[in-house]
Design a protein around this ligand. Structure first.
Ligand SMILES: *Cc1c(COP(=O)(O)O)cnc(C)c1O
Length: 368
């Protein structure tokens, strides 16, 4: 079976190094927030070309703590997209703020800047730009809007570790960048982990306090909580960070191969934004008869995915409750058509060929 994502294949790639590093942590005496976390934070900040990085427990917490550090909470509104992982919206609501959702651009699947003015209110404090599937949101327009309105910009770069916008790493452009390091992400741990990036050292200090009970020298300066990162995850992430650029390059090569060979088929292929370097967290196509294609691929031993099967604003927990832009048409159409083809650095050209041939023969059998 060819899986949609395969984190254990990545473990196999770096097994010796990872096992050694994990053993070293276990033989030490600091299991949480120790030297591995401190080194990872320094190395990740350098990699993103920013000033500070802070390790936290997961990507959802990264967004929540970023908002809290900016003073966002009860009574405030935060604008983001409905076409994203539920985590983005869950994190906003965890602060007590309300999420306000807009549609996405039809070509790039990221936040539609033309709807920002419509949903902006006196309560709006921040925008979360989600860099979906590995490529950047329209940061120029979103940044301009934030400047004019004097609100914060948070980048949800959980699907875009290493991606660039106009030569800059994502996560280094907004006020704060947030990353999930869930095992299937481009930079994935062997459990839950998250990272926050910022150029503002005061904000970094506050986030460090917020991740551990709001402590400043063991006295709580802020109402806090626990979102610490453990040493085993940090040690694994330090190893994978060394290979992130080459692993992302492998993803790009697979994407090129898919694009070159599926160009004549009945699918809409990903479109890459100008001046933007995608890291292809996912390779998402659109098809009309989606369930039939998924079943067909499965019968050939290929597991494709759907990211995401329902817009957040139509899921039971949020339906008829969250504030929306008047037109959510692109998001609502997409959720019925999108398919994520298998995509991970270890996917071989033979496997990619098998997948391409299966997609093509599906359409041939359908008489397209
Ligand atoms: C994975 C993901 C998150 C959440 O990260 P967790 O580590 O699962 O909490 C948030 N936003 C986006 C866009 C994601 O893909």
């Amino acid at each position: 079976m060819i899986l949609c994502a395969d984190p254990s294949a990545q473990f196999d790639s770096y097994q010796n190094e990872i096992e050694e590093a994990v053993l070293a942590v276990m033989r030490g005496n600091q299991y949480v927030l120790g030297e591995e976390v401190a080194s990872l934070e320094k190395e990740f900040a350098d990699y993103i070309e920013t000033t500070s990085a802070i390790g936290v427990a997961n990507g959802t917490d990264a967004i929540e703590l970023a908002l809290r550090a900016l003073g966002v909470g009860l009574g405030d509104e935060v604008i983001t997209v409905s076409h994203t992982a539920v985590a983005t919206i869950a994190a906003i609501e965890a602060t007590g703020a309300d999420a306000v959702l807009v549609d996405v651009e039809p070509e790039y699947y990221t936040l539609n800047p033309n709807q920002l003015e419509e949903v902006f209110s006196v309560k709006t404090r921040a925008i979360i730009a989600v860099h979906l599937y590995g490529q950047s949101a329209n940061l120029d327009l979103i940044t301009d809007f934030c400047k004019v309105k004097n609100i914060f910009l948070i980048e949800d770069a959980s699907q875009a570790h290493g991606a660039k916008y106009k030569g800059k790493r994502l996560g280094s452009i907004g006020d704060i960048g947030c990353f999930s390091c869930y095992p299937t992400k481009n930079l994935g741990a062997i459990g839950d982990a998250g990272l926050i990036t910022t150029k503002d050292t005061d904000l970094a200090t506050k986030i460090r306090m917020l991740r551990e009970y709001g402590w400043n020298n063991r006295i709580s300066e802020y109402p806090g909580r626990n979102s610490r990162l453990d040493e085993i995850q940090a040690a694994v992430l330090r190893i994978k960070l060394k290979y992130l650029d080459s692993d992302n390059e492998k993803r790009r090569q697979i994407a090129q191969y898919y694009m070159a060979n599926l160009a004549d088929s009945q699918t809409s292929l990903p479109v890459i934004r100008l001046d933007n370097e995608s890291v292809f967290h996912l390779f998402v196509i659109q098809v009309e008869r989606r369930q039939e294609l998924l079943d067909y691929l499965l019968s050939k031993g290929i597991q494709a995915g759907i990211h995401y099967p329902a817009p957040v604003h139509l899921q039971p927990a949020y339906k008829n409750r969250v504030k929306l832009a008047s037109n959510m048409r692109v998001t609502e159409n997409l959720s019925n058509k999108i398919v994520s083809l298998p995509m991970y650095p270890e996917l071989s050209i033979q496997e990619a060929t098998e997948i391409i041939n299966a997609v093509k023969s599906f359409f041939e059998e359908q008489g397209c």
